[in-house]
Design a binder for this molecule. Sequence first.
Ligand SMILES: Nc1ncnc2c1ncn2[C@@H]1O[C@H](COP(=O)(O)OP(=O)(O)OP(=O)(O)O)[C@@H](O)[C@H]1O
Ligand SMILES: [Mg+2]
Length: 376
Amino acid sequence: MFGRNKNNAPAVVDVNPGEVMAALGTVQEPELGGDLVTRKMIEDLKVEGGKVSFTVVLTTPACPLKNQIESEARAAVMSVPGVREVRVNFTSRVVPKFGGNHRQILPGVAHTIAVASGKGGVGKSTMSVGLAVALQQSGARVGLLDADIYGPNVPIMMGVETMASQQGERLIPAESHGVKIMSMAFFLTDSSPAVWRGPMVSKMIQELLTKVDWGELDYLVIDLPPGTGDASLTLAQTVPLTGAVVVTTPQDVALSDVVKGVEMFKKLNVPLIGMVENMSYFVCPHCRERTEIFGHGGELTAKRLDLPFLGEVPLHPAIREGGDIGMPLLVSAPDAPQSRAIRRVAEQAAARISVLTLKNRPASISNRTFIPLTPR
Ligand SMILES: Nc1ncnc2c1ncn2[C@@H]1O[C@H](COP(=O)(O)OP(=O)(O)OP(=O)(O)O)[C@@H](O)[C@H]1O
Ligand SMILES: [Mg+2]
């Protein structure tokens, strides 16, 4: 009988690597479009007997759709005659948003992410720290620039112990929880002005951006001061920004602050990565009941403003405490529900950055400009 030997056991069929690739060619990249083979995302295919292994090259280590890609790739390959076992490995190469002249200012930095809000105290710094740590934990190389010259608190929130240092003209960033950190706080002295005027703000931010040895980074997260002031303006005019993340809280989603912030980035031609709703809800630690203290509606507002909604982060004392003691909750309790919420936001942001970068680029270009990234 065809396909069976005389003991009626299935015959061993040699697996044809071409058929494996053809099967993988039916699996779509869920966000960027195109299939995994055309997008040159499959590498290192090995066939040994009925065992098949290959590596999927993602556009970000923080890819939220990794599991979906894995199960679809696995199912496709399992359907190839003779395949008994499939091993899917992952790696990632973050493709820079800009090339050529644009990269002269921050040559080793693939993406710059500005974190902004229309008004103060909504959790920009907390979200900047969260984004930076979550991306770092996914395996990316990450920097965090505290551009809040009025109240730079990133070093405290990140538990920085050794200040940034200077080597000749260059500034060497501090490092904590695996993230490179630069902040105005390292340079403020007693004689620093209490009130910064526009040109001084611009100059400080330019120095912090351009004189720092960031090395090779996949993502540089930039925590902005509140509002639509000089800092955002200077930033957008000094470096090509991959995009901005706008942080809101439910009580100000309806306010014109959010709209103003969004409009400013649009005017400056800075793409919007999306909106995060922080302090979104509170889960009572005793009764587990979810209360929406400030109301709800971030997702709706995002839709109305035509912004991708990156997710919501609950109001929780552990998030504030983590900031106060310099030990982000993502580090001390990576599996806490609040940490998961922040991680989801970071993954959505990373996915959106890949889309902004690669959606309309032919796969062949992305393959040549890849920066290799060591998987964790
Ligand atoms: N989800 C949260 N749950 C509990 N506390 C939070 C949360 N997000 C932020 N906080 C706390 O709220 C306070 C303000 O947050 P943060 O400093 O991040 O805001 P900000 O927008 O950067 O403020 P500013 O406009 O002054 O720069 C901090 O004490 C922080 O720990
Ligand atoms: Mg802040």
